[in-house]
Design a protein around this ligand. Structure first.
Ligand SMILES: *Cc1c(COP(=O)(O)O)cnc(C)c1O
Length: 423
């Protein structure tokens, strides 16, 4: 059947084994293509949030131990549910902090300059917050970020080449921090290979999983990654500002937390209130303060759904959706100077498509006017994320039809080509 036809899209939807999950979400009137920035609310996430609110209402302080999900063990509980999604054992994963705070914690813990090894290796395409955090960690240890933060260059402004990263693993590098998936192009880095190469040179390596957790399977333990951190509000649908996650390889258990706080205590010792910290024996040691219970609670319902659906099935459908989107763009938009800045190969492509156009900012505004929610990344990228649990092939088809109409009729020309305050 002609893949450009609506009939084909409908047929793909009728074969979709995950279709029932769509009904579990509060869908917007618009077609939502922005689940890689803020995932939608599901009924299960809403329920676990309301459960914790109800516990507060009915139990007050007793919610810490007697809540439906006792708040005192919430971070550990969620860590165990997240572990299968990142390929780790339960005690290696903790839901705590935020992406940037967790990077601060992990860099404070794992960046231990000594002798010749004093530099941190990152890349020029990484998310700016990560660079800011690494710069300040260098300053705190007395090094100049301008000389000591080494950023691998991209050859084309879209992708990183693993060869270039490996070449930059020189003997003055103490720590490497890289994204699992690049936030613009959606390229997946070869984490297994990079970890092997780093370790061969005596360098520790950690990954920012913001764009991969909930979108693709991982094997952090098997790959022997030293640490990782991510947010739970993008593909994991934990809600705006929901608490983040971290992974610490069990071979590092017992390593002193760079930023200590009482929630890093062994749980049974915490309320002894001693002035000397007895660290938790697992990834719990890298928590700092009291968990943000109301920003943690929705993650419980969301993770139950992910584990039930299975990350392999989610990845399978996500690949089909992004493949289909690229195919339709090739067929329908060839006259309008778009460029697909995402990897074509399944193994290298994450959960979103980066569509480049010099008028991208105002094309995005026009898409919103026509009922589609994309996002824009300066200077010229429209990111489109059809999400496995709630997007359909029919929606992908419609997005491309509407985009074609916007280009053909030049609807975008009535907007200025500038980004909004929040893009
Ligand atoms: C979204 C995102 C962040 C955001 O960090 P927060 O601390 O949650 O604000 C960081 N890194 C990457 C790669 C991201 O995509």
């Amino acid at each position: 059947m002609d893949s450009a036809s609506l009939k084909y899209a409908k047929q793909m939807d009728s074969k979709d084994v995950l279709h029932k999950y769509r009904e579990e979400f509060y869908l917007l009137p618009q077609i939502y293509m922005d689940g890689n920035s803020l995932g939608l609310l599901s009924k299960r996430a809403e329920k676990t949030l309301l459960d914790s609110l109800q516990d507060w209402k009915e139990l007050g302080i007793e919610g810490w131990t007697k809540g439906r999900q006792p708040w005192y063990y919430f971070s550990e509980k969620l860590g165990s549910l997240l572990a299968p999604l990142v390929g780790a054992s339960a005690e290696e994963v903790m839901v705590t902090g935020s992406t940037t705070v967790n990077l601060h914690q992990l860099a404070a813990t794992f960046y231990q300059p000594s002798g010749k090894k004093t530099k941190i290796l990152a890349d020029e395409l990484t998310f700016p917050s990560d660079l800011y955090a690494l710069q300040s960690q260098l300053s705190l240890k007395g090094f100049n970020p301008e000389t000591h933060l080494v950023c691998v260059k991209s050859r084309d402004g879209r992708f990183l080449n693993e060869e270039d990263i490996i070449e930059a693993m020189t003997d003055d590098i103490a720590l490497i921090v890289l994204p699992t998936i690049l936030y613009r192009s959606g390229q997946i880095l070869d984490m297994k290979r990079l970890t092997e190469e780093a370790h061969r040179r005596g360098i520790l390596i950690g990954f920012d999983g913001c764009h991969s957790v909930g979108a693709i399977p991982h094997s952090f333990s098997d790959w022997d990654v030293d640490f990782a951190y991510w947010c739970n509000y993008k593909h994991l649908n934990g809600g705006p500002g929901s608490v983040g996650g971290l992974f610490v390889n069990k071979k590092h258990f017992g390593k002193k937390a760079g930023l200590a706080g009482w929630f890093g205590s062994r749980k049974d010792k915490q309320f002894d209130m001693e002035h000397t910290l007895t660290q938790a024996p697992d990834a719990g040691a890298y928590q700092i303060g009291t968990p943000h219970v109301l920003s943690i609670a929705p993650i419980l319902g969301s993770l139950e759904m992910f584990n039930e659906a299975g990350i392999e099935a989610i990845r399978q459908k996500s690949l089909q959706l992004t493949q289909y989107l690229m195919e339709l763009i090739d067929i329908e938009l060839s006259d309008y100077h778009f460029y697909i800045g995402s990897p074509r190969e399944d193994a290298q492509r994450g959960g979103h498509i980066s569509l480049e156009h010099k008028e991208a900012a105002r094309i995005c505004k026009s898409l919103k006017e026509f009922g589609i929610v994309p996002d824009f990344r300066a200077p010229n990228i429209i990111r489109l994320a059809p999400v496995a649990l709630y997007s359909t092939f029919e929606e992908v088809w419609k997005v491309v039809q509407i985009l074609k109409d916007i280009m053909k009729e030049k609807h975008y020309e009535k907007f200025p080509n500038e980004r909004e305050v929040v893009a």
